[in-house]
Design a protein around this ligand. Structure first.
Ligand code: GAF
Length: 411
């Protein structure tokens, strides 16, 4: 199993000061997520049930000394100077081994003009200006991330959330959690150009430690659902297939458009507005399959929540295994967003004794999750590695995650 050591505030401060020549004002973290169940339901105004994982994007933020306003020196947050640049350095490295670094000015932002990794923080800055009227400038950011990139664990949304909560704090924007989730979603949709829903941002912002977040994506109402793996002697494994996915280039947008078109044909604003007994006759075969997935997946989320809430004591998480498998099956056959590696991972962990498994996230690559007895963790990991080797697939990265807390300040 690979492990990730989270950066501490002290290390972040030290790195920041070495890079920018002055101490940062503050440090924050925003976690990646694993969606337990409720896939491709968010942009259909449906239900989702993610956990925030114990891997996160960390950011140290500083208001450049020559950009600090008098108010800020006296401890009151104040908007930094709009005309000054925003500089960002990441601990990730490019092909030549150099740290990723870039800068931009909020007033000059154009979608598509920046390198892909930088478009996420830039999108947030752009959306802050559009939403709040605050044009941010004169700040520096140092970023470290333990969320694997391209694994379908929401590394880019965690980056957006980390940047937003840092800027919100330093500029005194006063956004609430709901506004933060919606703002980062608009940054992703309108600036980055990926037509994603809201599950990832909400999971990163709103989840409490030790819980899964039951989110109704129609009105963003939430309920924290206890998710205590330890108490049931379980582990949640992530199997990163290392098949990279990309939401803007994959069939993600096609799936979304098909659902919107199906809802329109059936006379509804979204699939959520439809009764599940609705006649799907007017739809073509592809539309019918997509709608069937969304209807059944919403029902599976509710069934999962019922099981987890049932107070079944030591058995409530164990009980969700079949729902996870049914979700994977529906994503593979009705929604058609799985791939050979994800299907192979799910089959391999189940043969090796997992309680349940499914792909997680948008699909077309990325990760599967597996619910496993603590005693079977090694055997399940070995089985997947051996099966992948037999198929000639890349060696998967396998690690356990636990339900961590949502985004916030780090000491
Ligand atoms: C990706 C998207 F970003 C989410 O909004 C969601 O649609 C998910 O795919 C599928 O459930 O992670």
């Amino acid at each position: 199993m690979s492990a990730a050591t989270p950066p501490t505030g002290t290390n972040m401060r030290r790195e920041f000061e070495a890079l920018f020549g002055y101490p940062p004002n503050d440090c924050f973290r925003a976690p990646g997520r694993v969606n337990l169940i409720g896939e491709h339901t968010d942009y259909n105004n449906g239900f989702v049930l993610p956990i925030a994982i114990d891997r996160a994007v960390h950011v140290a933020i500083g208001l450049r000394p020559w950009g600090r306003s008098e108010d800020h020196e006296h401890g009151t947050a104040a908007p930094p100077r709009r005309e000054e640049s925003i500089r960002i350095v990441s601990d990730h490295r490019d092909e030549s081994g150099e740290r990723l670094a870039g800068q931009f000015t909020a007033e000059e932002l154009v979608p598509g003009a920046l390198p892909s990794w930088l478009s996420h923080p830039a999108g947030v800055v752009d959306e802050i200006a559009k939403t709040t009227g605050t044009v941010v400038g004169g700040i520096d950011l140092y970023i470290e991330s333990s969320v694997p990139v391209g694994a379908g664990l929401s590394s880019s949304h965690a980056l957006e959330v980390a940047v937003l909560i840092a800027v919100d704090e330093i500029c005194g924007l006063g956004l609430d959690d709901r506004e933060k989730a919606l703002l980062t979603q608009r940054a992703e949709n309108d600036f980055v150009g990926a037509p994603t829903g809201i599950v990832d941002q909400a999971a990163s912002i709103m989840t409490e430690a030790g819980h899964a977040l039951f989110l109704d994506c129609r009105d963003l109402r939430t309920r924290q659902i206890p998710f205590d793996l330890e108490a049931e002697g379980l582990r949640l494994l992530v199997i990163d297939t290392r098949v990279s996915h990309s939401h803007s280039e994959s069939g993600y947008g096609d799936r979304r458009r098909t659902c919107e078109e199906a809802a329109r044909i059936l006379g509804a604003a979204s699939l959520r507005e439809l009764d599940e007994s609705v006649d799907l006759g007017p739809l073509n075969e592809e539309q019918r399959k997509r709608v069937r997935h969304v209807f059944t997946e919403n029902a599976r989320v509710r069934a999962t929540v019922d099981l987890l809430k049932s107070g079944g004591g030591s058995h409530s998480i164990r009980g969700i295994g079949e729902l996870l498998l049914a979700s994977h099956d529906s994503l593979a056959h009705d929604y058609e967003v799985s791939c050979t590696e994800l299907d192979t991972a799910v089959a391999a962990v189940m043969s090796a004794g997992a309680i349940g498994a499914r792909m997680t996230g948008g699909g077309f690559g990325g990760s599967a999750i597996a619910l496993v007895d603590i005693a079977s963790v090694d055997q399940v990991g070995e089985a997947v590695r051996a099966t992948f080797a037999d198929h000639g697939f890349r060696r998967p990265d396998i690690f356990a995650v636990s339900p961590g807390k949502g985004a916030g300040r780090i000491a």
